[in-house]
Design a protein around this ligand. Structure first.
Ligand code: GLN
Length: 452
């Protein structure tokens, strides 16, 4: 009831929900109370949360932030949605996002911009902007998000919350509406690493319905954090790699200063800083903006006006139905990505662009692997700036630049977390990104917890 009344009275200002399911949630809360009284001991029974709107929910709209899916109700739950409900969580609704998870500011949603709770005239980041804003505003203690190139970490940074993107394959993608399948991974937002662990734990694990999910035991991250807390020097001996390439031109001065003082704090906690080298982030950025749209152009071909969602009025013939449904149903950014991706995949350009980018992707992953020979985690700024104004009219290329520090992680399939480390002079949150080697979510969570 506490969270529901905050949402009812305050989300008119933030617009973090696309669909609220507060009435159903209240019934579920009553059921949870009854189960608890009957001896149900699930620790998370009755805890409120909310899902990003690209996770399919049976019987509840899943719009993916698009007009194309304005009326789409999935006949089944995504595995993540099912897992989280089985753990006892109660969903309060579906959270706003950039259309089809393409964007970094949440201004690309068909359902309106999300306003950053720290300063309502500013963006919350994206594409999981609704998730980050809802946690920052205290509408839910935890929320799901998805991260293809930073969509959990960058909004976590802009909204002063913690957000973790797990290793590719840790969380099932079944029922998560695909953007770029080889990069997409769902993860968790919370105020702290411990809160993230509570949600990420049930989300994770092998799923027969997703051939890219990996059959690997999921450690008990909550226990790992709590055990680390009994150690009074938990970071003693931890080697934190700092890549000089991630502190160059384009990084805002105040963000750089805040990140440097956070690194100093890590040293005080017992960690050692190590110089490392990674692929230059601008090369990584170019690789991502070739591969992600290529995969998107293929994934989004299923939205043809016939099988799902939006259909144009009075089509002349089948071709007109396809063309107008897609032109009217998709927003400008999504159309831009489809065109870029189709171009990169077209005969004649495929080898020069797509195949080349795949080779660079391999080199980027190798550079990370090499870096992890001399450090345990890597620290970088999460984003080059803090939250900018809604309507700042940045060009697409300027917005893409905001993803320079986050996308390498997705290309290499690594886990990474963003946690708040302070504020700039305008009082806007700054985040630090920690990147781990494959399957090292536990380390990222407990290192973050030691800082927090
Ligand atoms: N901002 C990036 C993009 O627009 C990343 C989005 C994401 O991680 N879903 O592609």
């Amino acid at each position: 009831a506490h969270f529901a009344s905050r949402i009812e009275s305050l989300d008119t200002q933030t617009n973090s929900f696309i669909t609220q399911t507060l009435d159903t949630a209240k019934q579920h809360a009553k059921t949870a109370d009854a189960l608890r009284a009957d001896g149900d001991t699930r620790p998370l029974l009755g805890v409120p949360m909310a899902h990003k709107d690209n996770l399919c929910t049976q019987g509840v709209l899943s719009t993916c932030g698009s007009k194309m899916l304005h009326n789409f109700v999935s006949p089944y739950d995504a595995t993540v949605v099912k897992n989280v409900a089985d753990a006892g969580f109660i969903s309060l609704g579906k959270l706003n996002m950039d259309e089809f998870a393409m964007g970094s500011d949440n201004e690309k949603s068909h359902y309106g911009a999300v306003h950053n709770p720290w300063d309502l005239s500013r963006v919350p980041g994206g594409s999981s902007g609704g998730s980050a804003a809802a946690v920052a505003a205290g509408f839910v203690p935890v929320a799901t998000g998805s991260d293809t190139g930073g969509s959990i970490r960058q909004p976590a940074s802009f909204c002063g919350v913690t957000g973790i993107k797990p290793t590719y394959g840790r969380v099932s993608r079944y029922g998560m509406i695909a953007y770029a399948s080889s990069l997409d991974q769902a993860g968790a937002f919370g105020k702290s690493a411990l809160d993230c662990a509570y949600l990420l734990q049930p989300m994770s694990g092998h799923d027969n319905k997703d051939s890219t999910s990996i059959a690997k035991d999921v450690p008990n991250w909550v226990d790992e954090i709590l055990t680390a807390r009994t150690n009074d020097k938990p970071l003693q001996g931890l080697r934190i790699g700092v890549p000089s390439e991630y502190f160059g031109a384009g990084l805002n001065d105040e963000v750089a200063t805040t990140v440097k003082s956070a690194l100093k704090h890590y040293e005080e906690l017992g960690a050692t800083l190590v110089d490392i080298h990674l692929t230059h982030p601008e090369i990584t950025l170019a690789t991502y903006y070739l591969l992600a749209p290529a995969e998107a152009s293929s994934n989004l071909s299923r939205f043809d006006g016939v099988r799902f969602g939006y259909r144009c009025e009075n089509p002349k013939d089948l071709h007109d139905l396809y063309t107008r449904s897609r032109s009217e149903g998709f927003g400008a950014e999504v159309q831009r990505r489809i065109i870029m991706g189709t171009y990169a995949l077209s005969a004649g350009y495929f080898d020069a662009y797509y195949v080349k980018a795949q080779k660079v992707r391999r080199l980027i992953a190798q550079d990370f692997a090499k870096a992890f020979e001399s450090c345990d985690v890597i620290a970088t700024p999460t984003a080059p700036t803090t939250a900018y104004k809604i309507g700042a009219s940045l060009t697409p290329a300027e917005i893409y630049m905001g993803d320079v520090y986050t996308i390498g992680v997705n290309l290499a399939g690594l886990p990474a977390i963003s946690h708040p480390i302070g504020f700039d002079k305008q009082g806007l949150p700054v985040g630090l990104q920690l990147i781990g080697n494959h399957w090292q979510e536990g380390k990222l969570l407990s290192v973050t917890d030691a800082y927090q």
